[in-house]
Design a protein around this ligand. Structure first.
Ligand SMILES: [Zn+2]
Ligand SMILES: [Zn+2]
Length: 216
């Protein structure tokens, strides 16, 4: 059995636990959906990654730490492919799956920093933070800041529009970008994309810099 398939199972357990609080062994077996699923679970128990208690699968400390890193690596790889390279949808998912196995911990930290310590993957799932993210958010941030200072996935309320160009101001207001409105930054690269209600809006950097927000 190769490492890769065990990593996938660990990732699945972590995600199921994250989304449903607990993981039933039979639900996990169905989720893995492979003939070797039972053997994989046995291996993970033998190697100290998981235990099973009352038919519930529980990650050990070592299992939790490794699984968290695997999830973090996967979601950052998606973020990287989505934000930096023009791949979308299925290509991105497949790319992120292959790509993530090449990333070691230091490379992951560099990518996280490059991407501005994003909070979520392009599917909106939280990226488990690491030391680098905690250090970045411990830095004193102003209460109100240009939209360009937000982290990917961060939500904020529009505080004011600083643009000196009336036309630009009109355009922003006409699409509903007004003080008091809550937005979420979806991506920073290659252009800023924000989510406002059901709508996604792409913004030029010059315009994004004129929008002052307060993280919520
Ligand atoms: Zn994702
Ligand atoms: Zn980080």
């Amino acid at each position: 059995m190769n490492e890769t398939s065990l990593e996938k199972v660990l990732e699945l357990i972590w995600t199921m636990e994250d989304e449903n609080d607990s993981v039933e062994e039979d639900v996990l077996l169905k989720g893995i959906n492979l003939p070797e699923a039972e053997r994989q679970i046995k291996t993970l128990i033998q190697e100290g990654y998981i235990t099973i208690h009352n038919s519930k699968v529980i990650l050990t400390r070592k299992g939790e730490a490794d699984a968290r890193l695997i999830v973090r690596r996967h979601r950052l790889a998606e973020r990287l492919l989505n934000d930096i390279f023009p791949v979308k949808g299925d290509t991105m998912n497949a790319g992120a799956c292959k790509f993530k196995y090449f990333l070691d911990k230091e490379v992951i930290t560099s990518i996280c920093t490059l991407l501005g310590h994003p909070l979520s993957c392009p599917h909106g799932k939280a990226i488990p933070p690491s030391d680098c993210c905690e250090k970045a958010s411990a830095k004193i941030r102003p209460v109100v800041m240009p939209l360009t200072e937000l982290r990917s996935g961060e939500k904020a309320k529009i505080f004011y529009l600083a643009t000196k160009h009336l036309q630009r101001l009109d355009k922003l207001s006409s699409i509903g970008l007004l003080p008091g409105v809550t937005i979420q930054l979806c991506q920073r690269q290659p252009t800023y994309v924000i989510q406002m209600g059901e709508t996604q809006i792409a913004l030029d950097t010059a315009i994004a810099r004129d929008i002052y927000v307060r993280p919520v």
